[in-house]
Design a protein around this ligand. Sequence first.
Ligand SMILES: O=C(O)CCC(=O)C(=O)O
Ligand SMILES: [Fe+2]
Length: 218
Amino acid sequence: MLLQIADCLEASDLEAVVETAARADFTSGENTAGRVARTVKHNLQAEDSAEIRGLLELVERRLRANPLVQSVARPMAFVKLLLSRYEPGMAYGSHVDNALMKGQRTDLSFTLLLSDPASYEGGELVMEDSSGERAWKPAAGSLLLYPSTTLHRVEEVTRGERLAVVGWIQSRVRSAEQRELLFDLERAMSSEYDARGKTNQYDRLSKCFNNLLRRWLD
Ligand SMILES: O=C(O)CCC(=O)C(=O)O
Ligand SMILES: [Fe+2]
């Protein structure tokens, strides 16, 4: 399940992040890619600095505080975040993300878009699965959150600049299928409560949700 979450950063955060990004030094993303990924990874990544660490910490705080992120990802750890930039001619071909980063399992991958989609051409994040392909190009401040098991790519940027924070989450629930069931159940609970209050139906759903979560937590 891929989820798009709008407005993960409010306007003032977004402005501050873009300003910091404009002062950052970038190096080729090929430096942090493996032997094969290197053949398809053509982008830029911000070099580590106190300012960049502050920026990434702010993004992580906002994502952790987002109830939808909590409910879709059930994060145990934010394994890694980085600031990336695509200029005209840059793209990231089809790949699946590494299962292990910094000794931790990656269960979900995310992209937080920082550029206004009208300001660049190309740069769609394309998800490839057995049902076909789907391209995403959301508004600045929106988050795309998807299972790290998915093949995906970033289309070539042909005009302007695509700035984004990308990252990986280790979940407390390893299986994407189980995470999706829990997400649906939690939503059903919450709409039952909003519509009718703490009914028998709500209690029944809450029992299923909590006992499945107990069973599936790592
Ligand atoms: O920039 C993106 O949307 C995704 C980048 C990506 O796939 C990666 O860094 O592994
Ligand atoms: Fe990726």
